[in-house]
Write a protein that binds this ligand. Structure first.
Ligand code: FEO
Length: 394
């Protein structure tokens, strides 16, 4: 995709990764983009680079605006390699003595990624720099989502270069919020659930900080997906809502199954939950992606996990999901477990312990059915689901 002038003298020179479908374990059904921005002022500045494999495409994009050798300095908002992978190639081309502005942790982390000793210029939180007509301020956003993460804010135009924050894994020619419309929100939600949920308390503090500083944000330029130019407050407000973790009247019933007994249970449990007016969806873990399930869990009050017992343990895919969800430390959830078994039946207890370990309030010790659920067992599952629904309704 050719560069787009997104504001006077500000160019989107990033690249679209149309084909990526797995971003370190996150399913990216719409691909992704690695956004980089070129500021053409008295000084010429590149904000962030792209994945290593796309570095030549980035240089070609820059070349269609200015000779890359005229770049005066680079700003690295984030070290993760989808944004720094192309740095070595870019520096080699534009001159390795050119300054690279980054946070103090960025200096440390970039130095651990590259053998070359670039001309790093670590900046303080709140430090400013001028490119001529424009004045930029650096805002440290440590652990959003890496220790090195920072924002760069163009005070003159109200443009926030927000690194990963407010992004979405989304490839497309439509690069603005007013072009894509509300259809972008599920992608933004999935991105938040799978990249940022763990840091929700920091996001709330950052939102307060932005308000206190009175930053007049007129455009948000993330490093993935579309640019928020019409309604930047929409994504900021969504981040605040998601970070508060006030769940909806919704339950996720995620399960795996060997001989369809646990599936029968999952569907009967969901029937019971649905009878109470709670939104519910039975999700077969092996037919879904963990990042999709995590997105469903973002606003669900109840986390209900089902697994058959196999070799005195839980099913491996259930272990995968529990490990993944646990990493995000979700708050304000209730949960329980269910599953079929043959002779030992440890799965329900193991799941319950895992849910407890991640801070989920256990509302029931769980339901086990031996071998194949009969009519009475199915009725038991429906009743179990009704109790879950009543707990969600509070
Ligand atoms: Fe898009 Fe944290 O990298």
């Amino acid at each position: 995709m050719k560069p787009v002038e997104i504001a006077k003298g500000v160019y989107h020179v990033g690249v679209q990764d149309w084909n990526i479908r797995d971003f370190h374990g996150y399913s990216t059904e719409r691909g992704s983009s690695y956004n980089a921005y070129l500021i053409v002022d008295d000084k010429i500045v590149l904000i962030d680079t792209v994945k290593k494999d796309f570095a030549d495409q980035l240089l070609a994009n820059i070349s269609s605006v200015v000779d890359p050798k005229k770049i005066d300095f680079v700003i690295s908002n984030h070290t993760e390699m989808d944004h720094s992978g192309g740095l070595a190639r870019v520096m080699h081309y534009i001159g390795e003595d050119k300054p690279v502005f980054c946070s103090k942790m960025g200096h440390k982390n970039l130095s651990s990624h590259f053998t070359q000793k670039f001309n790093y210029r670590p900046v303080e939180n709140g430090e400013e720099i001028s490119t001529g007509k424009r004045q930029f301020v650096f805002l440290e956003t440590r652990m959003l989502h890496w220790p090195d993460s920072m924002f760069t804010f163009d005070k003159s135009e109200g443009i926030l270069f927000s690194s990963d924050a407010f992004g979405q894994h989304y490839a497309g020619y439509e690069i603005f919020d007013d072009v894509v419309g509300h259809a972008i929100m599920p992608h933004a939600k999935k991105y938040f659930a799978n990249i940022l949920l763990l840091y929700a308390p920091r996001i709330l503090k950052l939102a307060d900080q932005i308000t206190e500083m009175g930053l007049d944000i007129r455009m948000i330029c993330p490093d993935h997906g579309i640019i928020w130019r019409k309604e930047p407050s929409k994504i900021i407000d969504a981040y605040v809502t998601w970070s508060r973790q006030i769940p909806e009247k919704k339950a996720v019933v995620a399960y795996d199954t060997m001989w369809k007994s646990t599936r029968t249970m999952a569907e009967a449990v969901s029937d019971g939950i649905a009878e109470t007016g709670v939104a519910v969806k039975p999700i077969h873990i092996r037919s879904s992606d963990r990042s999709e399930i995590m997105t469903e869990l973002l606003d669900a009050k109840a986390v209900i996990i089902g697994s058959p017992t196999i070799n005195n343990n839980i099913f491996p895919t259930v272990a995968d999901l529990l490990t993944y969800v646990k990493g995000f430390k979700p708050k304000n959830r209730i949960g329980t477990a269910f599953g079929s078994y043959g002779w030992s039946g440890e799965a329900v207890k193991i799941i319950r312990q895992e849910l407890e370990a991640m801070g989920v309030e256990i509302i029931d010790q769980g339901l086990r059915i031996q071998y194949v659920p009969d009519v009475d067992a199915v009725a038991q599952c429906v009743d179990f689901g009704r109790k879950i629904g009543e707990a969600v309704n509070g």
